[in-house]
Design a protein around this ligand. Structure first.
Ligand code: FAD
Length: 573
């Protein structure tokens, strides 16, 4: 007689790290030190609240669901009427609710508390570590306000609702909703960087209200298409002009914005990115006719800062994950974290994270002071922000790949969550001005923005004498800047322009690295600053050939660098 067979125990699961969950994502010394020196320490309580939420198993599951159960386009209802709606998984809405309730969108513009923009930046950095995709509409809603203010009447109508802390999804007349979200649409098939090539037309339609136009054309990328309002560029009678398009018109009918399809993207899958066409869609003019780029650039400045914050957040998330894994995983009888070559890799990842966070928060503070009317900080931001957007976002890609490799084969498997981090990493480098475009913007700022060179050198001078390698690299920047000025004076014309453009990436990378180095030398623990200057500013200078993580020079105090990236997580139950 044979009984029921019992499954045979084949093996015990050993040497797998406990899940990194139930921890406070805001256990982040670099973040808190930066906020303290910028006078924003008061936000600490809310950051820990968000940090605990971001690290919870529940939020991690929501992040997974929002990306696995991707948004779905429904173009028509059952009777064949066009509805152009996108359905999101409830997990997306849960993430959005937290972001809006904590004022990560437009709240600081309305609430006006001192330091509100800087506090919002810190919260965005912490909460982005929960899930990156939903940051897109949150960021665009924050950024829309300064552009919208070019049309005071529209701002008066919509700003309070954009700033409301109520998340109220669904397509209804904007004024009847408890809270609004805003997107933007500039990119067309024939050009995204070169938005002046846009072919969408806008014809005046005074019968539809003051400043009203009817838009005909298309946009090739239009993320978060379920937003209530969109800032859109179109060719009006006076040239390229900015317009505000509502999804639902004041009479309750849907505006003629047709969603053609959703993009099948590498990452950022929780967030829908649509291709749209306008069939005489109503738009209200924002800013002066023919000054569309000038108007919408106010939005782009704010979203670029969020790209830097978002990439710094991804770098931090990856660093913590790698350190956690290696602290619990053994190979050849020892924890990985204690094996010299891995210690070097982790320390290098942690140095990148410290540098990214320090620069992101410094720029967020500059943005705050710019809003408060500080022109020197505005001049610094003008040159430092595109440089940081170029460099921090680009470093995020290599960083994510190395983080993944620290996890070995597990890192390559979806369950680990790291493929999502990896797929997300290139995006901040592409949108809101791709690498070359932001590097060229650094040149533009240096040439055209009065005070930017002075503001930059003044910031770097604060660290003079703190580290010889930093001083030398700062000298190299001065030589480059003099060379650029010489080019402009001697040759002038197209030749000088081409020579300058060719150097733009080197210049942008150097500026960002020097700003990072200066901050770390002044404020970070000596081991962090030492490792940064030795690897990023010495012979293996930023952007140098063949630079790989884990190739820091000898003689550095690496364990203490790694230690700062360790978080305590509850033991697995
Ligand atoms: C997921 C996702 C969502 C997006 N959502 C939106 C959205 O909501 N709204 C919106 O308006 N756009 C959106 N975009 C579009 C994005 O902003 C553009 O893709 C980006 O600005 C680049 O434009 P492009 O794709 O036309 O590339 P191109 O402009 O063709 O650029 C191609 C390459 O050429 C480089 N290049 C361009 N000009 C120069 C130059 N002068 N010298 C040297 N190199 C140059 C660029 O850096 C880039 O590497 C989104 C993109 C993605 C990927």
């Amino acid at each position: 007689m044979t009984g029921p067979t019992r499954p045979r125990v084949t093996h015990e699961v050993l040497n797998q790290p406990p899940p990194l969950a139930g921890h406070d994502v805001a256990q982040d010394p670099a973040l808190f030190e930066a906020l303290a020196r910028e006078g924003a320490g008061a936000v600490a309580g809310e950051l820990h609240e968000l940090g605990v939420l971001a690290g919870s198993a529940q939020t991690q599951e929501q992040a997974r669901l929002a990306n696995d159960c991707v948004p779905r386009l429904r173009t028509h209802d059952r009777y064949g009427h066009r509805i152009d709606e996108v359905d999101y998984h409830p997990a997306w809405h849960a993430l959005m609710s937290v972001a809006v309730a904590h004022g990560l969108h437009a709240a600081p513009w309305a609430e006006g508390e001192p330091g509100a923009h800087l506090a919002r930046a810190a919260k965005f950095y912490v909460w982005s570590q929960a899930e990156a995709g939903h940051g897109c509409p949150v960021s665009m809603t924050y950024a829309a306000v300064p552009a919208l203010r070019h049309a005071p009447e529209l701002a008066r109508r919509f700003e309070p609702l954009l700033a409301s802390r109520a998340y109220d999804p669904g397509l209804r007349v904007p004024e009847t909703k408890a809270g609004l979200l805003s997107g933007m649409a500039m990119t067309e098939k024939q050009g995204g960087s070169d938005v002046r090539a846009g072919t969408t037309r806008a014809e005046p339609a005074p019968s539809a209200g003051p400043g009203a136009h009817l838009l005909t054309g298309h946009k090739w990328f239009n993320s978060a298409p379920m937003c209530d309002l969109f800032l859109v560029l179109a060719q009006g009678p006076g040239g390229l002009t900015c317009f505000l398009l509502p999804r639902v018109l004041p009479d309750g009918t849907r505006n003629a914005i047709r969603i053609q399809r959703l993009k099948d993207k590498l990452g950022n899958r929780s967030n829908a990115s649509a291709e749209v066409e306008y069939e005489g869609a109503v738009g209200w003019q924002v800013g002066e006719p023919g000054r569309g780029v000038r108007t919408i650039i106010d939005m782009v400045t704010a979203t670029r800062l969020d790209c830097v914050l978002g990439s710094a957040a991804g770098i931090r998330r990856g660093t913590v994950a790698a350190v956690h894994h290696c602290a619990h995983r053994q190979a050849f009888g020892r924890n990985l974290i204690d094996q010299p070559l891995m210690t070097g890799v982790l320390a290098d990842l942690a140095v990148e994270s410290e540098a990214a966070t320090a620069l992101a928060i410094r720029l967020a503070a500059a943005a705050q002071r710019s809003v408060d009317g500080d022109s020197a900080e505005a001049a610094l931001l003008r040159v430092a922000l595109p440089a940081a957007k170029y460099w921090v976002c680009k470093r995020a890609v290599a960083h994510a790949a190395e983080v993944l490799e620290c996890h070995g084969g597990n890192g390559y498997v979806e369950d680990s969550g790291l493929p999502g981090l990896y797929r997300e990493a290139p995006l901040n480098s592409i949108w809101e001005g791709s690498g070359n475009v932001t590097a060229l913007d650094v040149l533009r700022a240096l040439h055209r923005s009065p005070g930017s060179v002075d503001a930059l050198t003044a910031e770097l001078d604060l660290a003079t004498g703190g580290d010889k390698r930093l001083d030398e690299a700062t000298g190299e920047l001065r030589r480059m800047l003099n060379g650029l000025a010489g080019l402009a004076e001697s040759a002038g014309g197209a030749g000088a322009g081409q020579a300058a453009e060719y150097q733009a990436r080197r210049l942008a990378g150097l500026i960002a690295s020097l700003l990072q180095g200066a901050l770390l030398v002044r404020h970070a623990p000596p081991a962090v600053a030492d490792a940064f200057c030795a690897s990023r500013l010495g012979s293996a200078a930023a952007g140098g050939p063949g630079y790989a993580f884990g190739t820091l020079p000898d003689g550095l105090d690496l364990p203490s660098v790694v230690d700062r990236a360790r978080v305590s997580a509850p033991a697995a139950g």
